[in-house]
Design a protein around this ligand. Sequence first.
Ligand code: CMC
Length: 389
Amino acid sequence: FGLMTYDPGFLNTASCRSSITYIDGERGILEYRGIPIEQLCEHSTYLEVAYLLIYGELPTRKQLDDWVYEITHHTYVHENIKDFMDGFRHDAHPMGMLLASVGALSTFYPGASNIRDENERHMAAVRLIAKMPTLAAFAYRHSLGLPYVYPDNELSYTGNFLSMLFKMAEPRYEVDPRLERALDVLFILHADHEQNCSTNAVRGVGSSLVDPYSAIAAGIAGLYGPLHGGANVQVLKMLRRIGSVENIPDYLESVKNGDERLMGFGHRVYKNYDPRARIIKSNVDEVLEAVGKTSPLLEIATELEKRALDDEYFTSRKLYPNVDFYSGLIYEALGIPTESSTVVFAIARTSGWIANWLEMLEDPEQRIARPRQIYTGPRNRDYVSIDQR
Ligand code: CMC
């Protein structure tokens, strides 16, 4: 192997230096730019956190006002994007639509390929954060055959997103402040998580110096997969399959036999309770109360967690609930359909992707990401003509 290190899945390879997000997986600690996630969820807003991730410091009042103003006034997408959305089949997956339409944005903003221009980089950051909820909501409305709802600049970031999803009548969607805040907290929790699959994809593709819309589209593709952002969808499907508390022991047996995975459990980095799962869990009841619903799935999830955490199979492997174990339940309570919940994750993660993309560009040590391989195929074979095979 020479001097090469064989490390499939990068279990022991640091692909970059970063000062954005700190994780201590053994102790269950997550910090953005050094500030604990618990404090940010209590005191901050998603847009303030996005600024923190991207620019490294909490904004002053004036910086925050300007940032929020800019994002609020770039939420509209070009009208042709609507035609683009209309071209998808009625049952197209919203993540596929989001992935394609974010990639398409690069053709609407060709100046963004000038990635050494500071203003272009700033505008791409603003546009991506501003337009992602619009594209996500359009994808959702398309799947229902409903007319698209234009952004409402009088509403907050999350209030506007809820309006674009659910508004049915004029003049305005009435946003429940409790739901607006619950969604904002979910956005903060999902905003960044260092070198996960999608962020690694953004950095890897971005290292070719492609425009930011294309690099972020690569991140969305990574997030689409069931072992990454798609896990919350799998959790809801699993809870529905289990169906009732009595079936939990059988289900856990099939997990231990290796026939199933306990979705929403386990993490490459956390070998302790995921701090994000703890915060989300504490929000589920509040959201259910705000929408006046009960959730039979919550009962199953709570009991499943309890039994798994009492079971030697899970404790010996340090498998704890991760962010996705309870997030799907909040999305469901908010009325966001299962298939669209990964799209919501993508909106939130956009700020982390951009922060990582910018950091990668500014790193003088960064070169094009180009891992090596251990070749295992044959050598020195002769070509055989087609009529002799
Ligand atoms: N259910 C049952 N067994 C598991 C699970 C699980 N969810 N996760 C890991 N294991 C077992 C695995 O079988 C292995 O056991 P053994 O040592 O006997 O072979 C051991 O634990 C180590 O697992 P691994 O697959 O080597 O761990 P990994 O770091 O490669 O995978 C993971 C991490 C998140 C992909 C995995 O834990 C998993 O598939 N979890 C379920 C999917 C999920 O919830 N994904 C969301 C991740 S968090 C949010 C995000 O990143 O998007």
